[in-house]
Design a protein around this ligand. Structure first.
Ligand code: HEM
Length: 119
């Protein structure tokens, strides 16, 4: 299967489980919460792997480097904000906004990155 299609399925999986998780509210559904985290970790491993393989064939250009940095920064904020929401620390509304903004920046930067490198 095409790398873009596989990545798309992974990212859709994270977003769908995240939205249902948010809709069901607190206390978070344990299975769904773990599924959301597991698919995120799986996605990161898969993206890291295909990108690493790709750099063996072709050096990263400036755009790819910039997009990778945006994706990694978004991912760090996603993990921190996700953890804070789950343990109930900080301002929930503000942290949730951060989670939503960075999930968007992660999806867009990763999408463009995949499109230009794997189409
Ligand atoms: C690539 C990584 C991730 C993406 C793209 C992502 C995306 C999303 C999205 C789109 C939502 C729905 C927000 C809403 O409308 O309510 C969500 C919810 C949530 N995510 Fe993530 N997420 C990611 C990683 C994580 C991680 C690593 C954690 C935990 C450590 C986490 C914890 C949560 C929690 C607790 C919610 C429910 C928020 C609520 O109460 O509305 N997420 N996520």
């Amino acid at each position: 299967m095409n790398k873009i299609v596989i990545s798309f399925i992974f990212i859709i999986g994270i977003i769908v489980t995240g939205i249902i998780l948010g809709k069901l509210g607190k206390p978070y559904n344990g299975i769904l919460f773990n599924l959301h985290k597991l698919i995120s970790v799986g996605t990161v491993i898969y993206l890291g792997y295909i990108l690493f393989q790709h750099t063996k064939i072709q050096a990263m250009d400036k755009m790819t480097i910039t997009l990778t940095i945006i994706s990694i920064i978004s991912l760090i904020i996603l993990m921190i904000s996700g953890s804070f929401m789950s343990i109930g620390k900080g301002n929930y509304t503000l942290i949730r906004i951060f989670h939503i903004i960075t999930s968007t920046s992660f999806t867009v930067s990763t999408g463009v990155l995949l499109y230009f490198n794997f189409r």
